[in-house]
Structures are given as C-alpha cells and as structure tokens.
Design a binder for this molecule. Structure first.
Ligand code: FPP
Length: 234
C-alpha cells in the first residue's frame, strides 16, 4: 500500500438510507425517521470537519422521491428549511460552506430562498463543504451538463471540461458510504464515482454515528486503490 491510501479522503459522499425502516422498527411515523436522520447528518458533518475531510456530499432528496406520499415530501422540504435555519450559526462557527446540487423545479420558493441565503452567507468558509444533493438525479445532472454544452456551442469536450459543466465543481469523492444495506447506487453521482471506493453498512442512517464514520474511514484507508493500474506499480 502506498502512502496516499492511508490519507483521510478529501471528499466523502453518503447515501443516507434507512430512515423509514428505522422509524417503523420503533413504531414511529416515517417522518420521525427523517428527523432523526437530520440529527445524524449534523453529527457526521461536525466529525468529518474535525477529521480533516474537505467535502461531504449527502443525498437528501432524489428526483425519484417525488413519488412518495405528499406528506412525506412536504416533511422533507420542511426539514431541509429548518435544518438550514437552525444550523446556520453552527456552520459559520465550524467553517462549513453550504452548497446545494440539484434541480430547482418543484422546490418551493421559501426553501429556495433559504438555500440561496445560506449559500451566500457561508461562501467564504473553507474548513469543509457540505454539498446537499436535493432534487438530485445523476442522469439529470449529466443530461443538464450536455444541454449546457450544446447551448455554449462547444463542439468537442474532454472528461475534464465535461466535469466543469456538472452541478458542482468539487473533486470526485474517494469514498461513498451507503447505510441500510442496499447494494445499489440509486442514481447518485453517476459521473463522479467512476473510481470511488464503496462502503456499505447495514446500520440505518439515524444509527450511523462518529464511531461508525471512523470505522468506514479505517476500512477505506486499508483498501488498495489502483485506478485500473497494477498493485505495487512503480
Ligand atoms: C432515505 O431513507 C432517506 C431520504 C430519502 C431522505 C434523507 C433525509 C435526511 C437524512 C434528513 C436530513 C435532510 C436534510 C435535507 C437536512 P428512506 O426514507 O428511503 O428509508 P427506507 O429505505 O428505510 O424507507
């Protein structure tokens, strides 16, 4: 293993799955699972910042999540707005820059305003970027990028120039964590995860805590990242 594999990842992406099952197991409404999930996010963001992670991307609402009952969709919108309002000061204190990746269509005006306000307020913070994927789909992101390229009249692109047309220009994640055991990508960061290491835990997102994050990081740091090359290549 070379030295670089031992480093804390610069960018971690998380599929925060299992809120609904967590709540059901406790006889609670699914919305309570999402509330507990928001608390987990707060803890993990703080700890990731303390460990030196520079970017954290979390999947909070997919373009497919509109199919859920209206009440649950409304709760997720409300929770996001509350999260931004309540966490603003902590973000400023902890050097968190907020970014939101996804489509604006369908998202209510008050939430969009809160997002814009928080992005503006935190734009000069440099300790860690919290990139919330909201109304996000990996295929939509790629199609939107292609449409922007066509609009710009670009005739030829490279992988590097294509990346610049994606929703955010943060570097690709080295580690993707998925909670709650499913072994799929669910339309998350399709372009960016080409060489990302994947870590899946059976724990539901509300049960994922600081110690579990460290466990995921320790597993990642033991992995051999080869990027299509050979082990021990000189
Ligand atoms: C997946 O669990 C989770 C979501 C669709 C929403 C994630 C939202 C949060 C963690 C709340 C915090 C969010 C913000 C924006 C601050 P699921 O509901 O699919 O769980 P299940 O598979 O057990 O039903």
């Amino acid at each position: 293993m070379s030295g670089s594999e031992k480093k804390i990842p610069n960018h971690i992406a998380i599929i925060m799955d299992g809120n609904g099952r967590w709540a059901k197991k406790r006889g609670l409404p699914r919305t309570m699972g999402h509330r507990a999930g928001a608390k987990s996010l707060k803890k993990i963001l703080t700890h990731a910042g303390e460990l030196g992670v520079k970017h954290l991307t979390v999947y909070a609402f997919s373009t497919e999540n509109w199919k859920r009952p209206q009440k649950e969709v409304d709760t997720l919108m409300k929770l996001f707005k509350e999260y931004l309002k309540n966490e603003k000061n902590t973000m400023m204190k902890n050097g968190v820059r907020l970014m939101v990746s996804g489509k604006k269509e369908g998202v209510n005006k008050e939430l969009l305003e809160e997002i814009e306000k928080t992005e503006k307020l935190t734009k000069d913070n440099t300790r860690i970027t919290l990139n919330i994927a909201f109304n996000y789909g990996g295929r939509s992101e790629i199609v939107d990028a292609v449409n922007k390229i066509i609009k710009d009249g670009i005739a030829e692109i490279t992988e590097e120039s294509f990346s610049k047309y994606l929703y955010s220009d943060i570097p690709d994640p080295e580690l993707l964590i998925r909670t709650s055991g499913e072994l799929r990508i669910s339309n998350f960061l399709l372009w960016q995860i080409a060489y990302t290491e994947i870590y899946v835990t059976d724990l539901a997102w509300p049960d994922f805590n600081e110690a579990e994050l460290e466990k995921a990081l320790n597993t990642y740091m033991k992995r051999e990242r080869r990027f299509g090359g050979l082990i021990n290549e000189k």
